[in-house]
Design a protein around this ligand. Structure first.
Ligand SMILES: Nc1ncnc2c1ncn2[C@@H]1O[C@H](COP(=O)(O)OP(=O)(O)OP(=O)(O)O)[C@@H](O)[C@H]1O
Ligand code: SF4
Ligand SMILES: [Mg+2]
Length: 351
């Protein structure tokens, strides 16, 4: 077994370099609180190539949002690095930094909070278009705003340009938030639970819009969700990373990870997903955990932090040392490592 090198995960970028577009290298975000040190993110590494979908999935509080903010440069990791096109973002200045700022955009979970209620949709989209030089006049900005509304399936755009956020549904507001992210022509969008606050009936159509954007514009996504069924749908052509209390425990191609989950936590999550066929759901074998209690970040279990819940727990190993995210075999460097299926588990590593 060889530890996964985040820098090796990913192929050539659009600019011809071999660097992945966005890389997180062993990032930690430890925050001191009156009750002790909270290890919200504890050594997460992965990268995304141009146009790639990477999905982060895990229970509430496992560090997904914090990881997403770090990837978007909105939070500085307490240790580790974020690279954009192979360059440490903390060293970027001037135009280089602005290129990164525009290149990676964040779409928040809550479309109600992320859009100014006092501005029309047209004004919301025109402001960044003018500010970042994507439109040279207000009429050009309005024309581009209309095109962006078409892109996110708010049609006819003339029905939406002069509306205020309170005149829109939650799903329409989230489409406006996506259109706003697109104003600066990003190469990568961090979408943090983008459909969790919209009506269940329109979730799939919103996901389909984003998938179309990925295909048509080549925009990559870091898609964050607590729902493995949604991750499976959105990331089917990409990769899924499963997080557990601040760490990545499994990372692989979505199709591989779903068909052949390795980590006991991933297996448990997958076994709990209801299937479209009720008979299949009824007959599915559910992985039973030893405990349902999620550990406190202030008092994490020793060794593998999943050990108090893990059905495959082995005394003398699991509670003793922290398993690293490993790729099988020793040929990682020779592989297109975007295909690597990596797992952080002593028992899986032993084979
Ligand atoms: N500023 C902070 N101070 C203290 N703890 C924090 C702070 N920010 C985040 N945390 C804690 O870090 C952990 C990870 O938070 P984060 O929001 O990244 O989780 P998440 O996986 O996105 O959760 P959810 O699914 O609920 O959105 C949580 O336990 C949270 O309470
Ligand atoms: S290292 Fe041990 S406790 Fe952790 S997931 Fe693997 S088997 Fe379970
Ligand atoms: Mg979150």
């Amino acid at each position: 077994m060889t530890a996964v090198n985040a820098r090796s995960v990913g192929g050539p970028t659009a600019d011809g370099s071999n660097a992945p577009l966005v890389t997180l290298e062993n990032v930690r975000w430890h925050v001191p609180t009156p009750r002790g040190l909270v290890k919200a993110v504890d050594g997460v590494s992965f990268s995304a190539r141009d146009g790639e979908i990477v999905c982060l999935v895990g229970e509430s509080g496992c560090g997904k949002t914090t990881t997403g903010k770090i990837a978007a440069g909105l939070l500085t990791p307490t240790s580790g690095r974020v690279l954009y096109e192979g360059r440490d973002i903390s060293s970027l200045r001037g135009d280089d930094f602005n290129r990164f700022r525009r290149g990676v955009q964040l779409v928040h979970q809550d479309p109600y909070a992320s859009i100014n209620p006092m501005h029309t949709v047209g004004a919301t989209l025109s402001a960044p278009l003018r500010r970042h030089g994507f439109a040279s006049s207000s009429s050009a900005a309005r024309k581009r705003a209309a095109e962006l509304l078409d892109l996110v399936d708010l049609t006819p755009s003339s029905d939406f340009l002069d509306k205020y956020p309170h005149q829109l549904s939650g799903g329409q507001r989230q489409r406006v938030a996506i259109a706003r992210a697109l104003t600066v022509e990003p190469r990568f969008i961090v979408a943090d639970e983008p459909v969790s606050m919209v009506d269940v009936s329109i979730r799939i159509s919103l996901l389909n819009t984003m998938l179309r954007l990925q295909k048509e514009l080549g925009t990559g996504f870091l898609f964050i969700t607590h729902d493995l069924a949604l991750a499976r749908y959105f990331a089917w052509g990409g990769r899924i990373g499963v997080m557990y209390v601040g760490r990545m425990v499994e990372l692989g191609l979505a199709s591989d990870l779903v068909a052949n989950p390795q980590h006991p936590y991933t297996r448990a999550l997958l076994s709990a997903i209801p299937e479209a066929d009720p008979e299949l759901t009824r007959t599915k074998t559910r992985v039973e955990l030893r405990s349902l209690e999620v550990p406190s970040l202030l008092k994490l279990p020793t060794g593998c932090t999943f050990h108090p819940r893990c059905p495959q727990f082995e005394t003398g190993i699991c509670e003793v040392s922290v398993p690293q995210l490993l790729a099988p075999g020793s040929k990682v460097a020779e592989l297109d490592s975007s295909n690597v299926h990596a797992v952080a588990c002593h028992v899986v590593a032993r084979g």
